[in-house]
Write a protein that binds this ligand. Sequence first.
Ligand SMILES: [Fe+2]
Length: 287
Amino acid sequence: MNAPDRSPFTAHPLTPKLGARIEGLPLSEEMSDATFDALYAAFLRYQVLLFPSQDVPPGRQVALARRFGEVQVHVMNQYHADGYPELYRLSNLDEHGRPNGKHPDRGTLIWHTDGSWQRRTGHATIIYGEVMPETGGETHFCDMYGAYERLDDDWKKRIETMRAVHNLDFSRTRRHGEEPMTEAQKRAAPPVDHPVVRTHPETRRRCLYLGDHAESVVGMPYDDGRALIDDLNARAVHADLTYEHHWTAGELILWDNRCVMHRATPYDPATQKRVIRRCTVIGDEPS
Ligand SMILES: [Fe+2]
């Protein structure tokens, strides 16, 4: 008789609805297929996975992302890090390692889902915290399965076949006043439309799919669509569907963009230091 299978790690839930802390799985080591399969099952179940503080060099982070699928090379190429175009570094440090007073991407402060502005949207995102502030700069996650389930039947019927246009130039440049996208960057990221309610391709559960890159609603006057998107984005967030993470340097978090929205909280970029490395895996076209 075979010995019973033992999980290669333990998953400790962070909230009743979403998130788990993974213990006993050093990320510096190559993962076997069986271990990765167990990790992927935890990813589908918990939506957000937190790994305790450890050294994860850039190459290990990219290698982990590749286990999930095709890794995005972001169109905003000024953020590429460490010779790895797959990594997107957000830092407020100057060349001497001092806070420069400028927040590197204020668009991250609003609830969103990574890569919703692409035809094939974000699957997993993996963030490694290199330097973390003492106050602020948290990351919050919201369960979009639960957000959809909380809507009443009238809302569910109203949005059942609705599609929204997602546009990086809207969320980043025009809405948040970040440095303008170049013409080449805009050409590489034209607006795309996606269903407002998507079915997760693996769990087959329905979830709300909007966030801050959603600009307008197909077939609806612009201002009406804006109001509806703002309303739904606000309705999506409930305290008991949310996990709020206060970072310790060296932690790594990975999450499922197909069923989770996230945001960062503000910090003082003139006095606090914050450096993260982000890697996003490209998924499929929502349906
Ligand atoms: Fe993000």
